[in-house]
Design a protein around this ligand. Structure first.
Ligand code: UFG
Length: 340
């Protein structure tokens, strides 16, 4: 069995990826410091997998603790790959606390690459974001679109980390790296055992929407209806988190057949949906109304972006199996299972 270290493996995308790795015959090891993940996630993983995955509680910015964790994990065996999710990800917070984002996200990535070198791990998958494109001139956006000046410190950390990984490969180190640029991951595992667990008031659309629908929050504020889009609200590419998780497995499989490389891949559905379309789709799928109001634009939002996914389909042999309705149904199922 191929052994894969998953930093941030208790997080939202990380936990779903653990499931898909196991389903595909990999043996994942979770590295997490639980700074932005609840320990209940481990019980959810156990309920789905019917065993407890190997977990190392470690902060990736602590280089010596990270190396000690790798020592324990290897103990004579090889590590075949690393998937590096661990990072702070709140765009708004990053503008208020840029140093927190720079020190955490960048130091973790450097330390993980050093661990890859020290422990002879050649296959590396990095959790990046479509935020690296800013507002592209043409949509759908493909991977040849130039990376733009970042809109937030969070976005800049993704650009810098992509660059660090690229430079490491260019330096001659025989790393095989896939930079996965996520569009908007939503939904949850259909079992209702794991899903997105935002701490406090959610910033992202779907967790806020489901909490507003469950009457746990004030009505959803639609941030602006005067954008140059058909209904005036912003357009995004919402991808089911399980499809995204499967793409990580596809990326690892693909890296296995490559020589030294560093390639970026867009991971989205290729379809754009406006905020109002998402709301209506949720109401249609669940039969539950979404209390909402139209508010002003949110600073930093771009009008529209969605992915050209042909490279991932062609190279990774991956495509989405779920649609928007599936993702919204699973997000609602998760929301209901978190309310006791
Ligand atoms: N939105 C609302 N009301 C809300 C929350 C969001 O109308 O309460 C709207 C936003 O204005 C936007 C859309 O819903 O049009 C999606 O917003 P999210 O916050 O869910 O997602 P973003 O597209 O802003 O951000 C996501 C990720 C980031 C990533 C970024 C790249 O959360 O990590 O995509 O564009 F950097």
């Amino acid at each position: 069995m191929k052994r894969v270290v998953v930093t941030g493996g208790a997080g939202y995308i990380g936990s779903h990826t653990i499931i898909e790795l196991v389903n595909s015959g990999y043996s994942p090891i979770v590295l997490d410091n639980f700074s932005n993940a609840k320990r209940e996630v481990l019980a959810g993983l156990k309920a789905i997998l019917e065993f407890e995955p190997h977990v190392e509680e470690v902060d990736c910015t602590d280089r010596s603790a990270l190396f000690s964790a790798f020592e324990r994990i290897t103990s004579g065996e090889t590590i075949d790959g690393i998937i590096h999710f661990a990072a702070f990800k709140a765009v708004g917070e990053s503008t208020l606390m840029p140093l927190k984002y720079y020190s955490n996200n960048i130091a973790s990535t450097v330390n993980i690459l050093e661990a890859a070198k020290r422990f002879d791990v050649s296959d590396f998958v990095f959790s990046s974001s479509c935020t690296v494109y800013g507002q592209p001139e043409t949509i759908p956006v493909d991977e040849s679109t130039p990376v733009r000046g970042a809109d937030s410190p969070y976005g800049y950390t993704k650009q810098v980390c992509e660059r660090i990984i690229t430079d490491f490969v260019r330096s001659g180190y025989p790393l095989k790296a896939a930079l996965l640029r996520y569009f908007n991951p939503i939904g949850a595992h259909p079992s209702g055992h794991i899903g997105e667990l935002p701490l406090g008031t959610p910033d992202n659309l779907i967790p806020y929407l489901t909490q507003a629908a469950a009457q746990l929050r004030e009505p959803l504020t639609v941030f602006g209806n005067d954008y140059p889009t058909p209904d005036g609200t912003c357009i995004r590419d919402y991808i089911h988190v399980l499809d995204l998780a499967k793409a990580h497995v596809a990326a690892l499989n693909w890296l296995g057949g490559q020589g030294t490389t560093c390639e970026a891949f867009n991971l989205g559905t290729g379809q754009g949906h406006s905020v109002l379309e998402v709301m209506r789709a949720f109401e249609r799928t669940t039969g539950v109304p979404v209390p909402h109001r139209i508010g002003p634009r949110r600073t930093g939002d771009i009008a529209a972006i969605f992915a050209d996914t042909s490279k991932a389909r062609r190279e990774l042999g991956w495509s989405c199996q779920f649609n928007l309705e599936d993702a919204l149904r699973d997000a609602w199922n998760w929301q209901q299972s978190t309310v006791d």
